[in-house]
Design a protein around this ligand. Structure first.
Ligand SMILES: Cc1cc2nc3c(=O)[nH]c(=O)nc-3n(C[C@H](O)[C@H](O)[C@H](O)COP(=O)(O)O)c2cc1C
Length: 332
């Protein structure tokens, strides 16, 4: 993996360049240009793809697994689920009828997306145009509440998925803010975590704003910035009208991939509605805090898999870079 290959030009993908007459493999390669625009933890993009006939196999790239932040690989699988969902949304847009299977329970081969040719009767699962418009917002939100129709639209995005979306506000959200501050302090005390974050910031994966931000320099300089991160993130949680939490009944790789798929659907719908989205993973990265979150928010025994702020921000973020399709495609 090399920093030189990371590029923002991937965002210029244009649906008009898709040719329905092109050979099947070429068309599937085109769909992958949308898959790689998916969000991922630290923008690590831990995916590998292989095209075989009508199938696209999705596997994990363990060299991009965040060992310090994500020892149990939850974020790895959630990130892969986001890429699977982008692939599905793009496939539906171009008239395929994609079917997703999890061949070995989703450990080695994370998922296989098989494309039936011919126009699907179903409506697209999410707005296709948002694949190139969605981004993560790190801004303070302006406090405007999410009205009921918007909340309902986001909850409907996970209908039929083995995943529940909880929209948290009021006292429960205050509890999330306190846990977030605790998690930031703990993570920033962890040298391996700081060094890993510094590595990804240094690569430029998180974009210029991160690279130039004080946090980037401080991480590299090994300062104890836990208190500053905690204070900053408390304000961010406070500014959000709602925190979203996705939970699953089981806690296996397939549930986590399913979480990523559901999250990406929510993120694409939020993008269409002008709602900003900001994942915050630190609570879930600390097992004791993850358990406290589950008990304080009373998820009825379900496991929290992904947490994110939802709200309205004034400024759009700049595009983050990606490794292009050719560098994540096997067997070509
Ligand atoms: C599983 C997962 C966990 C994430 N955790 C965080 C986080 O803790 N803090 C944060 O600022 N962004 C987080 N993100 C957002 C990524 O940093 C972001 O997706 C990536 O930098 C690419 O940028 P983009 O979403 O704007 O395309 C997470 C994303 C995913 C999929």
């Amino acid at each position: 993996m090399s920093a030189a290959e990371l590029t923002r030009s991937v965002w210029d993908v244009n649906a008009d360049d898709y040719s329905a007459d092109a050979p099947f493999g070429e068309r599937l390669r085109f769909l992958l240009r949308y898959a790689i625009l998916a969000p991922s933890s630290h923008n690590s993009q831990p995916w590998r793809f292989r095209i075989e006939g009508r199938a696209v196999h999705v596997a994990a790239d363990e060299s991009r697994w965040l060992r310090a932040a994500d020892p149990d690989r939850r974020e790895l699988f959630v990130s892969l689920g986001c890429a699977v969902e982008n692939l599905v949304v793009a496939a539906e847009h171009f008239g395929f009828d994609p079917a997703v299977s999890y061949p070995d329970g989703g450990t080695e081969r994370i998922a296989t997306v098989t494309m039936d040719d011919g126009a699907s009767e179903r409506r697209p699962a999410a707005p296709f145009d948002e694949l190139t418009a969605r981004y993560t917002s790190h801004e303070r939100f302006d406090g405007t509440p999410l009205d009921s129709p918007t909340r309902n639209r986001l909850v409907a995005a996970v209908e039929g998925a083995p995943v529940a979306l909880h929209l948290v506000n009021g006292d429960a959200k205050r509890a999330v803010g306190e846990l977030q501050a605790e998690a930031d302090r703990l993570q920033m005390k962890n040298r391996a975590y700081r060094e890993e974050l510094g590595h990804w910031i240094g690569l430029g994966a998180l974009g210029h704003s991160w690279l130039l931000a004080r946090v980037g320099q401080a991480v590299v300089a090994h300062l104890d910035i836990g208190d500053r991160e905690a204070a900053k993130n408390s304000v961010l949680v406070e500014s959000a009208p709602v925190v979203g939490v996705l939970t699953t009944a089981s806690d296996d790789p397939a549930a986590r991939v399913g979480t990523g798929r559901a999250f990406e659907r929510v993120a694409l719908r939020a993008s269409a509605a002008g709602v900003a989205v900001h994942p915050m993973s630190q609570i879930l990265e600390r097992p004791a805090l993850r358990r406290r979150l589950a008990s304080e928010l009373d998820f009825d025994g379900a496991t929290p898999q992904h947490l994110f702020r939802l709200g309205y921000a004034d400024e759009a973020a700049e595009d983050t870079p990606r490794w292009p399709v050719e560098s994540v495609l096997d067997g070509e």
